[in-house]
Write a protein that binds this ligand. Structure first.
Ligand code: NI
Length: 188
């Protein structure tokens, strides 16, 4: 296991669509080692989600770990550390809400992005078994942000008001005090 380097915006691999994993790859030792590295990396950098392309592995694999409980985004359901292989998102309700998103590949910045708030996620787990979950609110935003990485998309692409791309320090100083909710504080 090892902490890997997270590549940053400007690295071409963050902009390349990742390839799907074949069934015989999913349970392999190499895959388990990679996921162990991704977990170490996520914990070391202090994020809530990490996609394989962010450590320069161009495959459709992401991990998410959301602490549940009361937060500034309301009472959140816990999403225990889970790996998602070849994930797909189905929007169940196109109504959007905005959050201030951060990204481990875009350090120091935060941007306001509106996304649908009710989605279904279908994926395979590390045993190549199908898993299916639905998410509402902030977790729905987290999964869309994370899986966008598999298509070479960054949250900055989805900011519709460019004045809402700010530095962390200015976010804390000028924006956070005015927001009652919908301030995503963690980087994915
Ligand atoms: Ni990200």
């Amino acid at each position: 296991m090892a902490v890997r380097k997270i590549i940053r915006m400007g690295h071409p691999m963050l902009r390349a669509p990742a390839r799907s994993l074949e069934p015989d790859e999913i349970g392999s030792d190499a895959m388990h080692r990679l996921v162990a590295d991704m977990i170490d990396t996520l914990h070391d950098y202090g994020g809530i989600g990490l996609a394989a392309p962010q450590i320069a592995e161009p495959i459709r694999l992401a991990i998410v770990e959301l602490p549940g409980g009361p937060s500034r985004y309301g009472d959140l359901p816990e999403v225990p550390l889970t790996a998602f292989v070849n994930p797909e998102i189905e929007v169940l309700d196109p109504t959007t809400a905005g959050y201030w998103e951060g990204c481990l590949s875009v350090p120091g910045l935060r941007g306001y992005v509106a996304r649908p708030q009710h989605i279904r996620v279908r994926a395979l787990n590390l045993a190549a078994e199908p898993i299916e979950m639905t998410f509402q609110g902030f977790p729905a935003t987290v999964f869309q942000h994370e899986f966008d990485h598999l298509d070479g998309t960054l949250y900055v692409d989805r900011i519709t008001d460019p004045s809402k791309l700010v530095f962390d320090e200015e976010f804390e100083r000028y924006i956070l005090p005015t927001e009652t909710e919908q301030c995503a504080g963690a980087s994915v």
